[in-house]
Design a protein around this ligand. Structure first.
Ligand SMILES: C[S@@+](CC[C@H](N)C(=O)[O-])C[C@H]1O[C@@H](n2cnc3c(N)ncnc32)[C@H](O)[C@@H]1O
Length: 291
């Protein structure tokens, strides 16, 4: 039984990094006319009202998206500026005062063209019907209340031969840190060209590094034809703690990243640290750590 509700966290520092990269990858796919396929395996509720009880409870968006919008005029990195413009676009485009924050499937919908397709899966009893209502009028989008990893394996390879997959679990199941690399390996054997974005929380440094090693091992396993490239990006807003209580940061492990992503992040990550965690923040960018 899943209890995680993304509305408590929507728009926080982790969403900022994840959605900034997600939007960049989708925009990159739009640069070619050939249709692409998107899979959002852990979709959440899709759209979040800032005034809702859940968002008001912790107000994590205050130290995430709102902090950035307040400092928008000082932000120079194009990937970050484009992300802020995107978020404002869901809010009539003006000012820092936003009333909704879009989740990953809503962001992806923004980039879909007439012949692109998206599969959205979520297992939560409340989120899945909400997603169905949100995307009911969009024939390009299929919504399934289904296990993310079953959905992932069933859907690859997509007929388009190109696309992006966001794997953004709530890590509520204890062995998810093992299941995910295993399923990623299987998906990669079927769809090697896809851009895969795996989100991870930083709860303890040892645990995080162990997980990254597991992901890196997937890329050099004998079932996956090399060379595949990877890019890890991580934003920590607090110093590491080893007791595992509380998320000090989060990261993305991107398989087959667009070649333009690294320079874009080189410009954006120092700005994210500066505006979101000037005293305690730090970032990591690592390329091809499977080699
Ligand atoms: C972090 S939230 C997703 C946030 C969303 N991707 C976004 O960025 O807006 C994780 C979601 O995964 C769902 N979930 C957890 N385990 C799942 C599974 N095995 N299969 C499908 N959905 C799952 C939860 O219900 C939750 O809505």
């Amino acid at each position: 039984m899943l209890s995680y509700r993304h509305a408590f966290h929507a728009g926080n520092h982790a969403d900022v990094v994840k959605h900034m990269v997600w939007a960049f990858v989708l925009n990159y796919l739009c640069q070619k006319d050939k249709p692409f396929y998107v899979h959002d395996s852990h979709a959440g509720a899709g759209l979040y009202e800032l005034a809702s009880d859940m968002m008001q409870k912790k107000q994590e968006y205050q130290s995430g998206i709102l902090r950035l919008l307040e400092n928008e005029s000082a932000i120079a990195a194009p990937i970050l500026a484009d992300y802020l413009t995107l978020i404002r676009g869901f809010n009539d485009g003006a000012g820092k005062d936003i009333s909704v924050y879009p989740g990953s499937p809503k962001i992806a919908q923004h980039y879909l063209r007439a012949n692109d397709r998206m599969l959205i899966t979520d297992l939560h009893g409340t989120d899945a019907p909400q997603l169905k209502a949100l995307f009911a009028d969009d024939a390009r989008i299929r919504i399934q209340k289904k296990d993310a990893y079953d959905g992932l394996i069933a859907a690859v390879p997509p007929k388009e031969g190109r696309g992006a997959i966001l794997i953004d679990p709530s890590y509520e199941v204890k062995d998810e840190y093992d299941i995910l690399p295993n399923r990623l390996a299987k998906a990669l054997t079927r769809f090697m060209n896809g851009v895969y974005i795996v989100w991870y929380p930083v709860l303890g440094r040892q645990k995080t590094e162990h997980f990254i090693k597991q992901l890196a091992a997937v890329l050099k396993s004998k079932n996956v034809k090399n060379p595949l490239s990877s890019l890890r990006v991580e934003l920590n807003v607090l110093p590491d703690r080893e007791d595992g209580f509380g998320m000090v940061g989060s990261g993305l492990y991107v398989v087959n990243p667009p070649y333009t992503l690294r320079p874009a992040l080189d410009a954006a990550m120092p700005e994210l640290v500066k505006f979101l965690a000037p005293e305690t923040g730090r970032f990591i960018i690592e390329e091809n750590n499977h080699l």
